[in-house]
Write a protein of this length. Sequence first.
Length: 118
Amino acid sequence: QVQLVESGGDLVQPGGSLRLSCAASGSTFGINGMGWYRQAPGKQRELVAASTRSGNINYADSVKGRFTISRDNAKNTVYLQMNSLKPEDTAVYYCNAWRVGALRIDYWGQGTQVTVSS
C-alpha cells in the first residue's frame, strides 16, 4: 500500500502562485509515476499534470505554460508549481501515484483545496 499526503493548498488572488507538495510513503518500490488531478464542484476529476519515473511529463492544455510538475525521486515527492492562477483553477487537488503490472493500480491522496479568488 502507498500513502500520499498533500500540502500547500490555500486561498490566493488571481495571478498569484502556489506550490503543492505530495509525499509518498509505504510500499513505494515500483511506482511508475506520480501526478496531480483536480476536481471542481459539480465537475469530474481531471488530470492536471503527470510525470513518469522515466521523465515523461504530460499537462492538461488548460495549465500548459502556467503549471510545472517536478519530482524528487529520492524523497518520493512530487511538486506542482502553479503560477498565474485563475479563478477557474479553483478545485480540490489530488495527488496520484500509479503502479503498472498486470493491471494499473492507482493511489490517491486526501486532497488539498486551492481557491483562487479576489
